[in-house]
Design a protein around this ligand. Structure first.
Ligand code: S3P
Length: 425
């Protein structure tokens, strides 16, 4: 797909539902007794993978546009899937569901696309094995395909090396079936949607500092889940409005959970004009409308505990930094290397092609921003966040930007290009 410079972005936008919350609503809805009604469910390919996996374990799930009904059968209501579970491109489906599968009274196996087959699963295999699970990487490389033989599990206190909500949630979900308390301590707090939703569905879970602790065998009951707009998707429009002079955009109903709002903090640090309006909170998940005006930005330093709160936004932050005056340093972000693509390499090579002075480091990148960017042919590596980031980069670049593999936005934001076009007219 080809892109050229935009005049300005104006108008109002409703962002699709949060991907992380949509996944969890399918999973906990399946493990709860009774019906869970999910509104503003994200109909992206990743969440549809989670839905299909639980359907093939005997859960009836119906969808009418973005409202989903999950007819849960309780913690012990899943049945053995007949075929290999297909997780598509979704790391969240793979890791969270593995925690659940590890405790089932049946054997299962799961696999996904070429990207999933390269993503590290040892980070969940190790703690699940400590709990007594039998989980094996079929290729012997610590990646999917995985074979999981359900076993009785014991509770553990796990010290995770990475701040990862997928690892934490996997262990906590397995902990629902353990013989005692299970806790996970992380180096920094990662997104806490699993903890909030478990508690809302009737689970017993507490968080102290960077440790989350769950008690086993709760009676979970179906609930109404209203999914806020995904701040990770809103990030592209925040950036577009900031970068293109004369822009004014109102982004409605965006989730602003403090474990996810790092993008807002960094934009403010860089000099952005963003106002939060109509703030509210549902079952512990805050949200707000974001009013964004084009701003002149300056470089900043991003690292430490901020990283998990904006891990998926680092590609679009790199675009902002490329247009900002001065130096931006992104550090402590090694996790970027094991996302849907190696996001350090892919950002550095593609931004270099557009004329940006950027260097890769071991744990991030250093960008000297403020020079004009020009169009180029961008290889998205079929990574949705790379494709959307460069669509935004093109809006202020001279000439034509062509994004290869642009259709991968279906993973998290199927209507992305239409929404971008609507606001740029
Ligand atoms: C997610 C957690 C993050 C994030 C991913 C979604 C989740 O991954 O990058 O897009 O829903 O738990 P990690 O836990 O691997 O950091």
């Amino acid at each position: 797909m080809k892109f050229t410079k935009a005049n300005h972005l104006r108008g109002e936008l409703q962002i699709p539902g949060d991907k992380s919350i949509s996944h969890r609503a399918i999973m906990l809805g399946s493990l709860a007794k009774g019906t869970t009604e999910i509104t503003n469910f994200l109909q992206g390919a990743d969440c549809l993978s989670s839905m299909a996996c639980f359907q093939s374990m005997g859960i009836s799930i119906t969808r009418n546009k973005d409202t989903v009904l999950v007819h849960g059968k309780g913690l012990h209501g899943l049945s053995k899937p007949e075929a290999m579970l297909d997780v598509g491109n979704s790391g969240t489906t793979t890791r969270l569901m593995s925690g659940i599968l590890a405790a089932q009274p049946f054997e299962s196996s799961l696999n996904g696309d070429a990207s999933i087959q390269k993503r590290p699963m040892k980070r969940i295999m190790e703690p699940l094995s400590l709990m007594g699970a039998q989980i094996e990487s079929l290729a012997g490389n610590g990646c999917a395909p995985l074979r999981i033989v359900g076993k009785p599990l014991k509770g553990i206190h796990y010290q995770s090396k990475v701040a990862s909500a997928q690892v934490k949630s996997c262990i906590l979900f397995a902990g629902l079936y353990a013989d005692g308390e299970t806790s996970v301590t992380e180096p920094y707090v990662s997104r806490n949607h699993s903890e909030l939703m478990l508690s809302y569905f009737g689970g017993t879970i507490k968080t102290e500092g960077t440790t989350a602790t769950v008690l086993p065998e709760p009676v979970l009951s179906g609930q109404k889940v209203s999914v806020p707009g995904d701040i990770s998707s809103a990030a592209y429009f925040i950036a577009a409005a900031l970068l293109v002079p004369g822009s004014e955009v109102l982004i409605k109903n965006v989730g602003t959970n403090p474990t996810r709002d790092g993008i807002l903090r960094v934009c403010k640090q860089m000099g952005a004009d963003i106002t939060l309006l109509n703030t509210s909170s549902t079952k512990g998940e805050p949200s707000a409308d974001l009013f964004v005006r084009s701003s002149s930005l300056h470089g900043t330093v991003i690292g430490g505990e901020l990283i998990p709160a904006l891990i998926d936004e680092l590609p679009i932050i790199a675009i902002l930094a490329s247009y900002a005056e001065g130096e931006t340093i992104i550090k402590d972000a090694q996790e970027l290397k094991v996302k849907e693509s190696n996001r350090i390499d892919v950002m550095v090579s593609n931004l270099s092609k557009m004329g940006v002075d950027i260097q890769a480091t071991d744990d991030g990148m250093i960008i000297h921003g403020g020079k004009p960017l020009h169009g180029a042919v961008i290889d998205s590596k079929s990574d949705h966040r790379i494709a959307m980031s460069f669509a935004v980069a093109s809006l202020q670049a001279e000439g034509v930007t062509e994004i290869l593999g642009s259709e991968c936005v279906r993973i998290s934001y199927p209507g992305f290009y239409e929404d971008l076009k609507k606001l740029s007219q």
